[in-house]
Ligand binder design. Structure first.
Ligand code: TYC
Length: 115
């Protein structure tokens, strides 16, 4: 597709020529939206509940009520979703949580999984 200065409506591979109101080309985009990743906390027998609540507030921007509900879900069911993010953001959250848990000598595990 030849790109011209008149392609004002260029968005996600769909090009339209808005001057004169004429569509010169409109093809289905071959671009897929970027994948999203769930960030999960895993249960263990040693990490204090209050520490998990702090993690959820500090790294996943949950309020105390939301953080408590997610922590209890992980505690009862073995794992729980903290948030859903693009790959690089999810990877950074996992690294930050793992580093924070290690600093405090807790065995808390945080992983990511494609949605
Ligand atoms: N099971 C832990 C306890 O009883 C609490 C806990 C919750 C640990 C969530 C990890 O991701 C976790 N102290």
């Amino acid at each position: 597709m030849k790109v011209t200065s008149k392609m004002i409506g260029q968005r996600n591979g769909m090009a339209t020529k808005r001057e004169e109101g004429t569509v010169i080309e409109a093809r289905q985009s071959k671009l897929k939206p970027p994948p999203l990743f769930k960030v999960l906390l895993l249960n263990d027998d040693y990490t204090p509940m209050d520490f998990v609540i702090i993690v959820l507030q500090q790294f996943f921007l949950k309020n105390r009520e939301q953080a408590t509900q997610i922590m209890l879900k992980v505690h009862r069911e073995g794992l729980g979703v903290c948030g859903v993010y693009p790959k690089d953001v999810a990877a950074t959250k996992v690294d930050q949580v793992m580093a924070f848990a290690r600093q405090h000598q807790h065995p808390l595990q945080c992983v990511m999984e494609e949605t």
